[in-house]
Design a protein. Structure first.
Lengths: 189, 189
């Protein structure tokens, strides 16, 4: 039998998709992700802020089907490092993804399995094509929530482990009031 | 080697994606699509308007990769029937698609291979999940351009022939100032 077509209401101002699955990541869920571990610990103990929320509409894992999700990535920093999403490769690494920036300011870090990194700034209307094999993480470099929509193959899956362990070879920080993309001091190739 | 990540600038007001491939469909390209053939002929001879434009970013045809495109569907009618896109099944019929309405008002006709149809209204913020196997056509029921973004598997392909020959079992018309979805008088199951 055929699956029934479905429509969803996306509130572009808030990023919320009605009747979707909500996931919340607090700073305590991101132990080991930020370079300044002291600053991380302090902020977790003080307020443990929500770093991002995801609203996802997902199908069974099947070739040729599609999932989509919005992310609301809140503004903030851990030490000098801007808030970011965990970032992942796809479990099927050759699956691509498309991102559409809706609100706020930020960017995407991308990285090959060998650690070659790219930084792409995003503002409302930016569409990013994430090619097969590139890990990807979004970063909020602004002062308001950074909201974007992602569309990905239903069988892409997520490999968070590699990034959780190794991180990205670049980090995105604020220094002297400027956004800077610098080498990750903890990176080991 | 890895494909390079890429970003594209979508102007949400106009629907144009910079550095994408533009395709234009005029009314003369849609012979046989509208029920009122006299009205079609007259309008083609008078001004042959652009019915829609597409701005597409496409990859090679490969499983797990993704394409995306905006469509600017202009307001207008042929007789009572609102302007629409040709509509298609996917050449790989089990490929899904995701539509995001950005501007204007309209809707989507969907249809199974057996001719079972659905109508889903669209306004800015509506996201439609087009499941595997459903043909789909968008319709502008408003007075301004209807603009939306579609994301689809790079290996989905297009089967326009079935719809070109048989059409949809429903048509969308204006009658007494109202939008009506009625049975297609020319439909043969």
């Amino acid at each position: 039998m055929y699956k029934e077509p479905a429509s969803f209401k996306l509130d572009i101002e808030s990023g919320v998709i009605e009747d979707s699955k909500r996931l919340v990541r607090r700073l305590s869920d991101m132990k080991g992700y930020f370079v300044d571990e002291e600053a991380w610990k302090e902020l977790v103990e003080k307020e443990n802020p929500v770093v991002y929320e995801v609203y996802a509409v997902e199908q069974e894992e099947r070739e040729g089907d599609l999932n989509f999700a919005t992310t609301i990535l809140y503004p903030g920093k851990v030490g000098k490092e801007f808030f970011f999403t965990k970032g992942h490769f796809h479990a099927k690494p050759d699956r691509a993804e498309v991102y559409v920036a809706l609100k706020g300011r930020g960017g995407m870090l991308l990285q090959t399995p060998e650690g070659e990194a790219r930084w792409i700034p995003m503002e409302p209307g930016t569409i990013i094509y994430v090619p097969p094999y590139w890990a990807h993480r979004t970063v909020n470099t602004g002062r308001e929530p950074f909201i974007f929509l992602a569309i990905y193959p239903a069988d892409a899956g997520h490999d968070y482990g590699t990034i959780a362990k190794k991180g990205f070879s670049k980090i995105v920080i604020e220094e002297d009031g400027e956004v800077k993309v610098i080498n990750n001091p903890r990176w080991k190739a």
